[in-house]
Design a protein around this ligand. Structure first.
Ligand code: SPQ
Length: 431
């Protein structure tokens, strides 16, 4: 149930620095792979958002002891074959990543489990994992018969496949690779465009035999996983809101610290450059295969761009806030090849178009994206977040530049990926 209305007014200037909380995708994977590894995995800068807490809850129910303190998470892994049958239904909450990745693992366990989630999860498509996992020998049933959760998963002996995915989805790829850890023979996944590769990087770090060849990930089973220390980089998807706000609010300068800039996630930086955005990467580092940097960003005059093709998976979750940038940029922006937006926490084509229209933007939805005629001044409006964290945060940014006041209904959904979002944003706003 949506309860909190957040009110945001036009801002004069943003100034200061912000450290970005841990990456959601990497936090999930650290708990999952730590649970399947032998020994204790220590995770620092873990994202304490509701989605990642759902992953912790599921693995606790599967018999894994996980200590969660503000400083670090300790996952006391029991090896690939250490999970035990859950006594209750597994609840993935609002998290597509938890639902899809854990399904790959559960498909190979010697027990039956039932997996569900909130109203949004029960509408998101699961056939995309049910089909390839079934080809590997899995037995997965959608209990409502509509290809969505709740899912009943009866573990089976699996065999490797070479799957040619029709969608560029890290969740599909990861579910198959995780099932592949238990399968007989090699598992390969070829994607139409490369999706985020955190699973490949981190599984390799834990000792799995995973290779990437262009758009194909190849996993050869037969290797145990061993506990690791994982320092989670800041989430570029969360950084995107501060980068966008600093670009749009006049006279701003913000240092956004510790941002993961893995090339399969950095599409927003390439788009900001193309739009004429002014930023510098500082203090670049690589830790456990993941690149990070601090980003110094200033107010910039932006112009419209065309966004489509292979860049889309590298910025899919940033498209709502990119649409906000485009609304304030001069000229036309076309976003295409992004039909995946329709099957996220909300239909993000519809929710973005409706909300930007309400603020006075000239925008139309297309089948696979949107066309935005930017540069008109926008005004405050009442925006329904549809309980979608990315919509709430994107329109908090839009509100900073709109005339008057904006109200975001159900604004508490930022808890999914960024519980301190409004506080951190407020700290950058100059009086
Ligand atoms: O986990 P969930 O709910 O699917 O979260 C989202 C988000 O906006 O935070 C998508 F709605 O991120 C996905 C992302 O879109 C996280 C993810 C991952 O960690 O593997 C991959 C992407 O999804 P997909 O379907 O393209 O694999």
């Amino acid at each position: 149930m949506q309860t909190t209305t957040i009110t945001i007014k036009k801002a004069k200037r943003l100034h200061g620095e912000i450290s970005i909380p841990g990456d959601k995708s990497i936090s999930h994977r650290a708990v999952m792979f730590g649970s399947l590894a032998r020994g204790t995995t220590e995770v620092t800068n873990f994202l304490q958002g509701a989605d990642c807490l759902s992953t912790i809850d599921c693995f606790r129910r599967l018999g894994i002891e996980i200590e969660n303190t503000p400083e670090r998470i300790l996952v006391h892994g029991k090896g690939l074959h250490g999970l035990t049958a859950p006594s209750d239904i597994l609840d993935a909450g609002n998290s597509g990543t938890t639902t899809r990745l854990i399904s790959g693992i559960l498909s190979a366990q010697p027990f039956v489990s039932t997996l569900t989630g909130d109203a949004s999860i029960q509408k998101r498509p699961m056939k995309r994992i049910m089909e390839p996992l079934s080809m590997m020998g899995a037995k997965i049933e959608s209990l409502s018969g509509n290809g969505c959760a709740p899912l009943k998963i009866t573990g089976q002996p699996l065999h490797g496949i070479h799957y040619h995915s029709t969608v560029a989805s890290a969740q599909v790829k990861s579910a198959i690779l995780l099932a592949g850890l238990y399968a007989e023979g090699q598992t390969m996944v070829t994607e139409p465009a490369l999706s985020r590769n955190h699973t490949e990087i981190m599984l390799k770090g834990f000792g799995a035999d995973v290779k990437s060849q262009d758009k194909t990930a190849i996993l050869t089973p037969g290797h145990d996983l061993y506990a690791q220390k994982v320092e989670v980089p800041g989430d570029i998807s969360s950084a995107a809101y501060f980068l966008s706000a600093a670009l749009l609010v006049p006279d701003s300068e913000v240092l956004v610290k510790n941002v993961g800039i893995n090339p399969t996630r950095d599409g927003i930086l390439r788009v900001i450059r193309d739009m004429g955005g002014n930023f510098e990467l500082l203090n670049e580092k690589t830790s456990a295969g993941e690149k990070t940097a601090d980003i110094l960003i200033r107010t910039s005059s932006l112009h419209g761009v065309e966004i489509g093709g292979e860049i889309i998976p590298t910025l899919i979750d940033e498209l709502p806030v990119i649409a906000v940038l485009a609304a304030y940029a001069n000229g036309r922006t076309v976003i295409r090849d992004a039909a995946e937006l329709k099957v996220k926490e909300s239909n993000r084509i519809d929710t973005v178009v409706t909300a930007l229209k309400a603020m006075g933007c000239d925008i139309v939805a297309t089948d696979d994206g949107m066309i935005i005629e930017g540069g008109r001044p926008l005004h405050g409006a009442v925006i329904d977040s549809h309980a979608d964290h990315r919509i709430a945060m994107s329109f908090a940014v839009a509100a900073l530049v709109a005339d008057g006041e904006t109200q975001i209904l159900g604004g508490e959904c930022v808890n999914i990926s960024y519980p301190a979002f409004y506080r951190d944003l407020k700290n950058l706003i100059c009086p």
